[in-house]
Design a protein around this ligand. Structure first.
Ligand code: TRP
Length: 339
């Protein structure tokens, strides 16, 4: 009956921790928007992952809705993609438990992100931080995602998801699709404007280091003008030798789509960074302003946003429930709905 080949499924998610920056758009959203036309797409706000760090409840609630609104403002369309909040689909935690019982302690303790995070937050090394990648595996495997768009830093987590899928399939019978990471070509990494050797972080205490989605046009221009650059005066891409200028070039690439080679040739006769910075500032303003305005508009109509997320949860749950039912059955749990 099915003459049309089934589209592949992608799933990705972001944590609602910290404020929204251009890094979210450059690193992930830009990509999701492109992918949603080609793939069966699910995009999740992973609020359950966020509580592995301590959260103020009201802030978490607001940021969860903010992040979902940002997905939409950046161009993820509820008509094309399933947009939902992780905690509204209880099957994620339910599958995570089954997978937890298939995971070795050693597998979790090897995770470099766990090691990093437990060093940075030595006052709160909770078990959730430890089992975080298992919940992420559940997010992915519940929907039989073929591809998972993530950054390089998530590759190890994805490897665990693959291993768990294979382990379950082997131990019981074929159930899960073994997912592949889908890592975009370079260009997505946006660095701090003040310390361009470090990633731009939503939680950087120096507000001049990041471009926030809610910055005004003038704030954007000022931050770019004040961005730390390197000694020299040429506009040339060299991530290690000239991290400051290279980062501004990445931002210009995000805003205009111009390649580094194109940027270099159009600024070949320019000496000094001032006019380059002006150009980057203006391009960013033109790029961010419509996204910011759409974000504010979506956020002003919370009823509509909630309704989109309710529809997303329902669509996601329909699919998640089917997978979980199979998993429970194979695991040996009693199904009381069966006659
Ligand atoms: N761990 C991911 C990150 O911090 C977020 C995440 C959670 C995720 N579940 C996911 C990403 C499932 C992709 C698929 O970036």
């Amino acid at each position: 009956m099915e003459s049309v080949p089934q589209r592949k499924t992608i799933l990705s998610g972001m944590q609602p921790s910290g404020e929204l920056t251009i890094g979210h758009i450059a690193g992930a959203l830009r990509n999701w928007v492109r992918l949603q036309t080609e793939f069966d797409s699910l995009f999740c706000v992973v609020d359950q992952h966020a509580i592995t760090a301590r959260q103020v409840p009201a802030d978490l609630r607001r940021r969860t809705l903010d992040l979902a609104a940002m997905y939409i403002a950046a161009g993820v369309e509820p008509e094309k993609s399933v947009i939902f909040i992780q905690s509204t689909v209880p099957e994620h935690s339910q599958l995570a438990w089954v997978l937890t019982c298939l995971t070795g302690m050693g597998e979790c303790s090897r995770m470099t992100q766990f090691k990093d995070k437990s060093e940075r937050h030595s006052d709160n090394i909770n078990v959730g931080l430890f089992t975080y990648p298992i919940l992420m595996a559940a997010d992915i495997l519940l929907y039989n995602a073929d591809l998972v768009p993530v950054g390089e830093d998530q590759k190890q987590h994805l490897e665990l998801a693959r291993n768990l899928a294979e382990r379950f399939n082997h131990h019981y019978s074929p159930t899960f699709t073994v997912p592949d990471p889908f890592i975009p070509e370079v260009g997505g990494r946006i660095m701090s404007l003040q310390e361009p050797e470090r990633k731009m972080s939503k939680s950087d205490p120096n507000r001049n280091a990041s471009i926030f989605l809610t910055d005004t046009d003038d704030q954007i221009r000022t931050k770019i003008r004040r961005a730390v650059t390197d000694s020299g005066s040429e506009i040339r891409y060299d991530e290690t030798g000239r991290p400051g200028i290279s980062n501004l070039m990445s931002l210009l690439n995000v805003a205009t789509g111009q390649s580094f080679a194109e940027i270099e040739s159009s600024f070949a006769n320019v000496t000094g960074y001032a006019s380059f910075k002006e150009a980057v500032g203006e391009a960013l303003v033109s790029y961010i302003a419509p996204i910011r305005d759409r974000f504010l508009e979506i956020r002003a109509d919370e009823e509509r946003l909630r309704s989109i997320l309710r529809d997303g949860a329902e669509a996601a749950r329909g699919r998640a429930r089917k997978t979980l039912r199979k998993v429970y059955k194979k695991t040996g749990f009693v199904d009381l709905t069966e006659k």
